[in-house]
Design a protein around this ligand. Structure first.
Ligand code: C2E
Ligand code: MG
Ligand code: MG
Ligand code: MG
Length: 285
């Protein structure tokens, strides 16, 4: 019986991986039409200043409302879009939408309030695409936004090994005043002196480092690591954002450790853009 079950499982796994290949194929084929048909949408997740709990902006996170499979997360289709090159037009669309949204937030805010920033993720294909700088400048101009309203997030892994030529577009954007954040920081193997050469102004510390602080007592090793990273980052004039903050205990701890900004379910899950406005207005009153 055990053997039969074992055999069965083998067969299932096989059928399963076949199904996965087919699903992958059909998802990939559906991507270009999905962009034309407007099946993608963006959720925004607030970025909160730890010092006073106010909202400083939000990260734009793309989703696909698939006619058959329902809402798909980026991990399910961004890799496919990267393989086929569709990530370039898709990424440009995300950037346009996010900039337009940031403009709406600004138009709806009090005159003297600080504008809400918007963070947009970039894929390596976009980084090496010839029109990244001119596209970004055009998007900002069309939306009437000042460059510092935008933060582009690039993962540490995508920058490892990038030479000066590869970094030039990012450096140009940084010189224009666009913020650049190093996403998923700590999951790659960049050596620390390399950090100094990158045109980044922020580190986004990966969720894996803050998981050990969700409940008291905090994992003492994680505390030491975060402490070390914050001190290094601040020495290099980099702000630290922490991802995956899910509890009040964790938020308190990270604030005491000197982290600047936090993002996570404790504050809000990714959601519609209107909600951000409500949160920011609540700060002001
Ligand atoms: P990321 O940039 O590191 O984004 C953070 C991810 O963590 C998001 O997943 C977010 O929903 C999730 N998250 C936020 N707070 C918490 C929390 O408290 N607990 C937990 N467990 N998770 C939390 P999501 O939306 O599934 O996005 C996954 C990744 O897809 C992103 O990771 C980013 O690398 C990529 N991505 C999203 N949108 C875009 C896009 O427009 N372009 C590109 N190139 N990549 C994108
Ligand atoms: Mg990100
Ligand atoms: Mg991240
Ligand atoms: Mg990530």
């Amino acid at each position: 019986r055990a053997k039969a079950a074992g055999g069965n499982r083998y067969e299932l796994a096989d059928a399963d991986s076949n199904a996965r290949v087919i699903a992958r194929h059909s998802l990939t084929n559906g991507l270009p039409a999905a962009l034309e048909k407007g099946e993608f949408f963006i959720e925004y997740q607030p970025l909160v200043r730890l010092a006073d709990g106010t909202v400083r902006g939000a990260e734009a996170l793309v989703r696909w409302l698939h006619p058959v499979h329902g809402v798909l997360g980026p991990d399910q289709f961004i890799p496919l879009a990267e393989d086929t090159g569709l990530i370039v037009p898709l990424g440009r669309w995300v950037l346009e939408q996010a900039a337009r949204q940031a403009r709406k937030w600004r138009d709806g805010a009090e005159d003297n309030s600080e504008p809400l920033r918007v963070n947009v993720n970039l894929s390596p294909c976009q980084l090496s695409h010839a029109t990244l700088v001119s596209d970004t400048v055009a998007v900002l101009e069309n939306a009437g936004l000042c460059p510092s309203t935008l933060c582009l997030e690039v993962t540490e892994n995508d920058l490892i090994g990038a030479d000066e030529d590869a970094l030039r577009p990012l450096r140009q954007l940084a010189d224009l005043g666009v913020d650049i954040a190093l996403d998923d920081f700590g999951t790659g193997y960049s050596n620390l002196s390399y950090l100094r050469r990158l045109p980044v102004s922020q580190l986004k510390l990966d969720r894996s480092f803050t998981r050990g602080m969700q409940r008291a007592p905090a994992d003492p090793v994680d505390v030491k690591i975060v402490e070390g990273i914050v001190s290094l980052a601040h020495t290099l004039d980099l702000a630290v954002t922490v991802e995956g903050v899910e509890t009040a205990v964790q938020a308190d701890h990270l604030r005491m450790l000197g982290c600047d900004t936090a993002q996570g379910w404790y504050y809000a899950r990714p959601g519609p853009p209107e909600r951000l406005h409500t949160l920011a207005l609540a700060d002001a009153s």
